[in-house]
Design a protein around this ligand. Sequence first.
Ligand code: N01
Length: 553
Amino acid sequence: MTSPEFAPGQIAAQPTPDVDVLVVGAGITGIYQLYRAREAGYSVQMLEAGDGVGGTWYWNRYPGARFDSESYTYAYLFSKELFEEWEWQEHFAEQPEIERYLNHVVDRFDLRRHIRFDARVVSAEYDEASGRWTIKVSDGTELRARYLVAATGVLSVPYYPDVPGREDFRGESYHTGRWPVAPVDFSGKRVAVIGTGSSGVQVIPAIVSEVASLTVYQRTANWCTPLNNGPITPTEQAQLRADFEAICETLNTSASGFLHQPCDRTAFEDSQDERRVFFEKMWRSPGFSKLTSNYSDLLIDEAANAAWCEFVSEKIREVVDDPETAEKLIPKEHRFGEKRPPFVNGYFEAYNVPHVDLVSLEQTPIVRMTEHGIETAAGEREFDIVVWATGFDFGTGALARMGIRGRGGLALVDHWADGPKTFLGVQTTEFPNFFFPGGPHAAAGNNPRYNGDQVDFVMDLLLHARALGCDTIEVERAAEDKWTAMVDRWATRAPSFGEISYYFGSNIPGKPRKYLLNSAGRPKLFAEIRKVLESDYEAFRISRSAEPAPTGA
Ligand code: N01
């Protein structure tokens, strides 16, 4: 829900015709990029397709949407005052609070006047003669910018599976990734949810008490464990404020970008009884700590992983009353961590509500959508509302749809026909002055932390070029080749997500199976950035364009 105290879009400024930096996307990464570029004195225009700020946290406003990273670890750290003045209500904040926070940041740092809403980029072309980007916008306007920064994220293009007859359904249809601002009325409705990834498992318990009936269409069961959320008490608020510097130190340097402490033991160093006690502790621990603070060999040793999976399976059997439903909810074909695990609040309990039914698509696949509902191999069921919780065109989806063309008119989609090629997940050859922090080949972990590292690095580059009196920045092919080869090499190493994960693009028919994050993670990103800085930016060609540099650049 857009809260009434702000009116996104209404007070945004008109676009400046020529700017130093054009940022696409008003999500967490884009807002930080805008802040940093303004702070450095560049003229900046931000374009945002939605009519409010938030990016992922604007579009994914479905009931139950919330952080599964601790709120204060996901939030910005660049301002102590901001950190101190915003008191998160819960350890894992819900979408409306997140959206309020991001609006607060934008207004607090006077950024809104640089944002143009309802402005979707339809093309962006690099002109070699002037060294500038020409950006065409959905409203017919055109802008020229020295630097183009796509902060369009990895989870911004919703994916609808190609189910026959999808358009035939006459009831209400919603995708979790494009949830409407006006509230959806579920009361007394017959509802279907398709998909049981992180979005599906959040929406299901959030609507279960409102609906007349809820049918969940599950293709693959997921290793869901409790989020263990709760309000942040006044004592905890005071402690967070007191610990600001220590929190920054940990979040800005740790591999995962979380505050969680790693475990110092492997699974079988503990006895069976000790392991049981430890797993119980993990079960009650917050969010991602089941990955980051679990036994150190959880993702490496198959037996350790199997022991944890057996423990989680037992928990599911304990919670879910109907044994047949419980078995359907226990993953059989992938281990914990092979896909991005969801963290839940009342998810398994929802299946004990009499009007909730679980349909396994492994047993009875969807045949087609009909006018009135969904037909599977077991027959048709009728619905008033269908919720598509079917995920995203991950990693490259947004960049592929922006009509980006670099040197000689080369299309980014052709340059990346076999998968993304990048250096540090920040730049690609043949596309000078184009950056994409928070895009493909970024690290994995708590997103805003490594996306922020990438924004900081983009700013290092811009400021370095400015200090040299230069305005054109392009990565060397050798650096790109090396980084891309490293990403591909690490993709197949444990601990890593499996090829069944959408991190390989495997949920999109026809998409090249390439790892879309960087499983070497944040330490590798840090190490490489350090090398670039120590080598005086050897990995980049930094030059002066024919056209005079604009102010600030
Ligand atoms: O998407 P998903 P998501 N027929 O791709 C199913 C972040 N996030 O939106 O597993 C039937 O994970 C598909 O089935 P299968 C987080 O990074 C964070 O849920 O492919 N079903 C799966 O069940 C997350 O990982 C939060 O067999 C079909 C589901 O749709 C990412 O976003 C909250 C199908 C898609 O799951 C994406 O999560 C929400 C078909 N043809 C999201 N095609 C936080 O808590 C696909 N499916 C912060």
